[in-house]
Design a protein around this ligand. Structure first.
Ligand code: KG4
Ligand code: ZN
Length: 340
């Protein structure tokens, strides 16, 4: 039986694709609660996410985090109109915890289950920031697994103009962080260290015009590694702050340049952004400056909604709900979902 589509449904979002167990409740586009329990501090001991530890941590946390989200929202589970859950991309064991929990709620409460693509969740974080936001808009997506420029034409239709040919931006931050002996996750630590440095380390130019809307981070990452190694071999000290600063600029300036160029080329007047790297303060400022200069409206999700969270999953759940896109209880987890 097809459920009745409400204008402002109450949706519970659940996210468990990596090391964050998160739950959030929305009513229409209004965010009622937004809870997170992270295993990042445990993962930091191992220098990255250990899938088995992540799955066990989700199992411990999922019930608590969902209950907290319902309590903070002042919503009883019987009042939910749908449950939206990340089914991919991510760590399979981790995804299955959230997905199985959501299926149980959907079955027990007799409400629709909505399967959410994590990446589309990052795109939908902007809807939470600006309740009036409507496509078309141009999005800069930069997370640990993806870097892309995406033209959203309608809520359900989008075109990927370009993406990374090798490492994602967040992945490059994490790898450079390791070289600089900074803890996991590397991005925020590189950002902090970069504040004390200068743009003096010679690094290769990223793919500019010749790359279209594609990116490549492997050359930049290798250049940082080679620079540090050769300094050490010569017995010279590496100024880690200068390396962090120079790397950050090289890695992020290109993202700003390309998303603005894409918006102009497609005559789209709104730019949005999503993914963990968008929490970077230097990038946020650079986007603000560039969009202002180009006369573009910028919708930037709060930092909390750039890194993994369940509010964005609920927001994307609303888009799918309004399109009547519901999943069956046989929905399975997917480790990767191609960006199309
Ligand atoms: O979106 P996200 O939380 O998870 C994925 O879906 O991948 O992104 C995580 C990535 C990590 O690589 C992390 O180092 C990076 O986002 N990140 C940052 C910052 N905060 C998180 N990169 C640069 N600067 C930051 N402040
Ligand atoms: Zn993510």
């Amino acid at each position: 039986m097809q459920p009745i589509i409400k204008e402002n449904p109450v949706i519970l979002g659940i996210e468990s694709s990596c090391d964050e167990t998160a739950a959030a409740v929305i009513r229409g586009r209004k965010l009622l609660s937004d809870e997170i329990i992270s295993s990042a501090s445990v993962q930091a001991i191992y220098g990255g996410v250990v899938p088995e530890i992540a799955s066990r941590a989700h199992t411990d946390a999922v019930d608590t985090v969902v209950q907290r989200a319902l309590d903070r929202a002042g919503v009883k589970k019987e009042e939910l109109d749908a449950v939206a859950v990340t089914y991919g991309a991510g760590l399979l064991g981790a995804l299955l915890v959230g997905l199985s929990f959501a299926k149980g709620l959907s079955y027990g409460l007799n409400i629709p289950l909505i399967g959410v693509n994590h990446i589309r969740g990052h795109l939908s974080a902007a809807y939470l920031e600006d309740e009036g936001l409507k496509p078309p808009f141009m999005t800069l997506l930069a997370s640990g697994g993806h870097t892309a420029i995406i033209h959203t034409k309608t809520e359900m239709q989008f075109e990927v103009l370009g993406g990374t040919l090798d490492d994602a931006a967040g992945e490059a931050f994490d790898k450079v962080a390791r070289v600089l002996s900074l803890p996991y996750p590397g991005g925020p630590h590189v950002e902090t260290l970069a504040k004390e440095g200068k743009n003096v380390v010679p690094l290769p130019k990223m793919l500019k015009g010749e790359g279209g809307y594609n990116f490549s981070y492997s050359g930049l990452k290798t250049a940082v590694i080679n620079y540090c190694h050769s300094k050490k071999q010569k017995g010279e000290e590496v100024n880690r702050a200068d390396v962090a600063h120079s790397f950050q600029r090289a890695a992020l300036d290109i993202l700003v340049e390309k998303v603005v160029q894409a918006a102009k080329e497609r005559a789209v007047d709104t730019v949005t952004a999503g993914g963990g790297v968008i929490a970077n303060g230097y990038l946020r400022e650079a986007l603000q400056t560039a969009c202002k200069k180009a006369g573009l409206k910028l919708v930037l999700p709060s930092k909390k909604h750039c890194t993994d969270n369940a509010a964005m999953i609920a927001a994307e759940g609303l888009v799918q709900y309004q399109a009547g896109n519901f999943a069956s209880l046989s929905l399975n987890a997917q480790a990767s979902i191609p960006l199309r």
